[in-house]
Design a binder for this molecule. Structure first.
Ligand code: FES
Length: 147
């Protein structure tokens, strides 16, 4: 089980260590909790709001626990032109969540990404690291049923 104190014992409270520790927590736990922020605030002697600002600024860090299955829909210009916004709406409807959210059962999270560098195969959707190209609304329905 994750224990932030064990992690903090490996570091000094130099502010430059804060982002390293935040990334470690994210890797281990999948998100940064409010309790984590409080403890880090005490350890580094900086305001919780400053830590929150760093988390919000850094796309890699999250305040919400992510689902076991992470869906990333491309919202770059080419994918949007080829209908990725309709895919996002479809997924939101099926899973009953909005972009950036996780289903109540903790199974799915929905995010967007600005270009997978596969624009010729737009629209693109990545599910748990596997990229699906030329995705249609019917295909996204079938894909979600597989998980
Ligand atoms: S715009 Fe979607 S892959 Fe580039």
């Amino acid at each position: 089980m994750f224990n932030l104190n064990d992690l903090l014992m490996q570091y000094t409270n130099d502010k430059e260590n804060l982002i390293i520790i935040l990334k470690e927590i994210q890797n281990i736990n999948g998100y940064i909790s409010q309790d984590n922020i409080k403890e880090l605030s005490n350890f580094f002697k900086i305001k919780e709001n400053e830590i929150l600002a760093i988390i919000k600024f850094n796309k890699y860090l999250s305040l919400n626990k992510k689902g076991k299955i992470l869906i990333k829909v491309c919202n770059g210009p080419m994918c949007t032109k080829k209908g990725s916004n309709f895919l996002i709406k479809k997924i939101e409807k099926i899973l009953d969540i909005k972009e950036g959210e996780t289903t109540k059962d903790g199974k799915f999270s929905l995010e967007t990404k600005n270009c997978f560098k596969k624009c010729g195969n737009a629209p693109n959707v990545e599910i748990n690291g596997h990229l699906y190209s030329n995705v249609t609304e019917d295909e996204i329905v079938n894909l979600l049923k597989k998980f």
